[in-house]
Design a protein around this ligand. Structure first.
Ligand SMILES: Nc1ncnc2c1ncn2[C@@H]1O[C@H](COP(=O)(O)OP(=O)(O)OP(=O)(O)O)[C@@H](O)[C@H]1O
Ligand SMILES: [Mg+2]
Length: 239
């Protein structure tokens, strides 16, 4: 589904990622962990073809080279991105926000189960209640739910979630994670999720990567990371 090979990432003269390689197979749930500034979001920006940064190396999606292709092409091809700053449209209603996600949908292969308004409202009942409210009237947690639902309305083949629970109260963060897992359970959407570290999330992943200062310093099965207390302490910044 996605294959990143030997990717370097630069902002101006500054190199922030070094020789990254990473692969995601269809249906997989993959985690990318790392401390602040380790380069996680830059990897997503590189996949999405956003500039900055400048990217060298190879990024293939469904076998086709997408490196440096324009962002709208990449989203049309089926990559859905939920950025860390939750870009909802503040001055339009919740359902119009969802509609905009639907419009970004690519031509879907026949037979694929589609994520629609009913699903958005089923997974996120709060969105049904708030359907006619403006985006700006939503709390942080509600905005996060809306961003995820809106991205799912585009029926992505690959979903990129950048710190989906960051800055949320613990119980709201739990809800958001629960909904992500439910969506995964129902639609089996191939997903990469970025977090600083989350033991709870780790338990649901198929595979995980750890970045430090722009390099991948660990890749492997979740249970290996779960048992590596030293690496976990490094991720949490207490080691
Ligand atoms: N627009 C930019 N211009 C210059 N440098 C940048 C820019 N965006 C990020 N960087 C730098 O690139 C490096 C990686 O940043 P990135 O945002 O990818 O890290 P991150 O792992 O997502 O961090 P966080 O956990 O804080 O979100 C950092 O050193 C950061 O300062
Ligand atoms: Mg980030």
């Amino acid at each position: 589904m996605l294959r990143i090979e030997n990717v370097d990432i630069f902002y101006g003269q500054a190199q922030v990622a070094f020789g990254l390689s990473l692969a995601v197979r269809p249906g997989q749930f993959v985690g990318l962990f790392g401390r602040n500034g380790s380069g996680k979001s830059s990897v997503f920006r590189a996949i999405m073809g956003l500039a900055p940064p400048r990217v060298s190396g190879s990024i293939k999606f469904k076998g086709a080279e997408i490196t440096r292709k324009p962002s709208f092409t990449i989203s049309k091809l089926g990559v859905g991105w939920v950025p860390e700053d939750r870009k909802i449209f503040p001055n339009i209603s919740v359902w119009r926000n969802l509609q905009l996600g639907e419009k970004s949908a690519k031509d879907l292969p026949r037979g694929q189960k589609l994520f629609g308004y009913d699903d958005a409202y089923r997974f996120f009942p709060k969105l049904r209640e708030m359907r006619d409210k403006l985006g700006s009237q939503m709390s942080g947690g509600e905005q996060q739910m809306l961003t995820i639902a809106r991205t799912m309305m585009g029926n992505p083949a690959l979903l990129l979630l950048d710190e989906p629970t960051e800055g949320l109260a613990p119980n709201i963060a739990k809800d958001v994670l629960k909904m992500i897992l439910k969506i995964r359970g129902d639609f089996n959407t191939t997903t990469i999720v970025v977090e600083q570290f989350s033991e709870e999330l780790l338990r649901h992943l198929d595979y995980c990567y750890v970045m430090e200062m722009g390099e991948i310093i660990f890749s492997g099965k979740p249970h290996v990371l779960l048992n590596d207390e030293h690496l976990q302490r490094r991720l949490l910044g207490v080691g």
